[in-house]
Ligand binder design. Sequence first.
Ligand SMILES: Cc1ncc(COP(=O)(O)O)c(C=O)c1O
Length: 408
Amino acid sequence: MAFDVGRVRGAYPALGEGFAHFDGAGGTQTPTGVIEAVADAMRAAMGNRSTAFRPGRRALELVADARAAVADLLGADPSGVVLGPSATALTYTLARTLGAGWRPGDEVVVSRLDHDANVRPWVQAAEAAGATVRWAEFDRATGELPAGQYADLVGERTRLVAVTAGSNAIGTAPDVPAIAKTAHAVGALVCVDGVHSVPHGPTDLAALGADVLVTSAYKWSGPHLAAMVADPARWAALRPAKLLPSADTVPDRFEYGTPSFPLLAGVTAAVDHLASLDPAATGDRRARVRAGLAAAQAHEEAVFDRLLAGLAARPFVTVYGAPARRCPTVSFRVAGRTPAETAAALGEADLCLSSGDYYAYEFFQAMGLRDSGGAVRASVYHYNTVDEVDRLLAELDRLADDEGTMVR
Ligand SMILES: Cc1ncc(COP(=O)(O)O)c(C=O)c1O
């Protein structure tokens, strides 16, 4: 069934303001179902978690519901879903916990393609333990992260391989299953950053070969919360630093403080929204989420192809990387303007694109682009349309005309 983008857009009140949002990679807009779920949870009587009174039981239910929803999104066990404020915070918790067990001579492998949230926590934990950091390199021309290099990067001292399932800078979707296979052959743990990939297609924890997968709900129509998932047995083997009286059970012991119960209601509603993207889908929520994201993916790819073709046809635009498997995200520069100037000029036309390094620090450093302002990023989400792409391309032409850099 064809993806009905008009129907889907109708679910997002913010789209009525007329902005063209090409910054889903930085955070998506919020559908009505999520807004109402958060408001309903705030309107209802609520207590801190307690079995003694109903408002306390509501709080317990909101946590359990959010775990179940995230589990359906990722093909995980709800008891393995750790909830937290952000992917960065959760990764730091895990890095400190794992790092406490590392010894000098142990090794961790990170990649230069990754967002810094899946680099620095590991590098710093390795430094604290006296462990060695090894770097996986991306191909400067294509932006691919060759999986073959991991055979040389891992060894019997490798404790962890951290890798992205989708670059937030240029969209590259590395062959994570192949990388995980290499890592598992030496007994290393695989931590996958799914923050950029999860919004753009069906995800399956086991198929990826991820021991731990991290995702942020605000990149898939939810509120600013995140989750880190693994087999509950994995969590049971780890002991994070924690307060003495807080729950010592799994997954709760990895969660710090009192969570935002209303926002957790929004996480559940966001997964329900993804499960509604293909109205013809049937079955349980896991099946409907997969169908919904597959339908969204086909739509996003069509919109993104038009964007890529349009950028490639403009000689005053330089596009970085051309990965074969990718999320619908691209970084580029426009001749004669810094990335910040381009983004600001596009912003004047209500076209929302970010510029800079978007925390893909190592990527832009390796490309030699970081000191001169990084790039401009366009990312496509399921509410974007070909008309919005045409609007963006027309505005780029106008900027180039202004600059006198247009070559026809
Ligand atoms: C690929 C990727 N990983 C990690 C993060 C960090 O996520 P959070 O803001 O939830 O810490 C981001 C945020 O943009 C991201 O794009």
